[in-house]
Design a protein around this ligand. Structure first.
Ligand code: GLA
Length: 395
């Protein structure tokens, strides 16, 4: 079944606005934060490499208003199983409800840095598929900091907000994620991919000429949650490798400074596993830069090849793929209408991102869906996207 990423923005916005007015009797500020795709460069952000990403036309919306005479917060997340949460900005504790933690991580950072905020109310709803590696929680975090910045006049710029959202997730939620999702959500522009140098934090927009190709995401439904500790473990392995290399090469501060020679001489004799992890980063670093050149020259075909090569490296070197994702990639590899595909996200599950010729989409989807269901005993979810703009206040 084809699920086209169709945003009935008006319906979502009127629903959150009405719910807000019914519950809090005021007109809210409303912020939209998009989902994203990552074309190439997983696990590069915290290794101070490059990322190449784009927001897409699917988003999460937050209606928000300050509660100036109190420190109480009331959140209503219309898509959640347990949609109501009430807390206090001076008494933040992790909850089993999970989603409020992402909001409270932001509040925690603002309180810690002494920002002048009071309690606030918010109502949330979106159409980003949950658990599919499409950054739904990062969209929630970004929308909250963006909205609070507006209503409390905090005067933070987008970069400061992206960094604060990342810190909130690292410290309060306990996932040691990099800047990829937050940055992409804050800075994207429609029809462009954005290349960020995660060391200098300089970035550039690269026009994507999609012509008759579309971005198609296959959501395998494989459980990503088990990947959180694996993600943190990989980060530690990289940090450890950098520490080991630094003893002999003091200028090395991150994987960005590491060369093949260093890996061969220092890491390989100690651990073959770590060696492969690190090789992934060194080689992907080059691949991203080449892929970016391809886009600049509107060579989508060459770009797609880098995506396939990146998946192979994620599978064999980083060991971040899984049977479901490999199945999806192997299936599309021999389809002439698919010029690029790779797994997307951190670890062991969720989705693949594909560049597919528009006229072939209707033909490929039923075949891959059937084959997937037969092999994995699970339905394949399919989304067709366009690139989209970054975060914005819509009311
Ligand atoms: C997760 C993290 C990101 C990034 C990716 C892997 O999504 O949140 O910061 O590291 O994994 O590329």
């Amino acid at each position: 079944m084809i699920e086209v990423a169709f945003i009935s923005t008006d319906k979502i916005v009127s629903e959150i606005e009405e719910t807000f007015i019914d519950n809090f009797h005021e007109i809210p500020t409303i912020v939209r934060a998009p989902s994203r795709v990552s074309f190439i460069g997983e696990h590069m952000d915290y290794n101070k490499g490059f990322i190449l990403t784009s927001a897409i036309n699917q988003a999460l919306y937050v209606a928000i208003g300050p509660n100036e005479d109190s420190t109480v917060t009331k959140y209503i997340y219309l898509d959640a199983e347990e949609p109501n949460y009430e807390g206090d900005i001076h008494n933040l504790e992790k909850t089993n409800q999970k989603w409020p933690n992402y909001i409270n991580g932001i509040v925690d950072q603002l309180v810690k840095k002494g920002s002048k905020i009071s309690g606030f109310n918010c109502v949330i709803k979106g159409n980003i598929p949950a658990g599919s590696g499409m950054s739904m929680y990062a969209a929630l975090e970004c929308s909250i900091i963006f909205a609070l910045n507006e209503v409390f006049e905090l005067k933070m710029d987008k970069m400061a907000m992206a960094l604060l959202a990342q810190k909130g997730e690292n410290e309060f939620v306990g996932v040691h994620s990099g800047i990829l999702n937050f940055f992409t959500i804050m800075f994207s522009k429609k029809n462009y991919a954005i290349q960020l140098d995660c060391r200098s934090m300089e970035y550039k927009y690269v026009h994507i000429r999609m012509d008759d190709y579309r971005i198609v995401v296959f959501d395998s439904g494989a459980n990503r949650m088990s990947g959180v500790s694996e993600y943190n473990r990989k980060r530690e392995a990289f940090e450890h490798a950098v520490g080991t290399i630094k003893k002999l090469h003091p200028h090395v501060d991150s994987m960005r400074d590491v060369t093949h020679g260093m890996l061969d001489n220092i890491i390989k004799p100690i651990s073959e596993d770590t060696y492969l992890l690190c090789r992934y980063v060194v080689e992907e670093l080059q691949r991203i830069q080449d892929a970016c050149e391809d886009l600049t020259h509107s060579n989508l075909f060459a770009f797609g090849k880098k995506m396939f090569a990146s998946h192979e490296a994620l599978r064999t070197q980083l060991r971040a793929s899984c049977a479901e994702l490999d199945f999806l990639i192997d299936f599309v590899k021999n389809e002439s209408g698919v010029i690029g595909a790779r797994m997307m996200g951190a670890e062991l599950g969720a989705s693949t991102v594909n560049l597919i010729k528009e006229r072939d989409i209707q033909d490929i989807i039923p075949r891959i869906s059937q084959a997937f269901e037969k092999k994995m005993g699970r339905e394949l979810k399919v989304y067709v996207y366009e690139t989209g703009g970054g975060i914005s206040q819509i009311q």
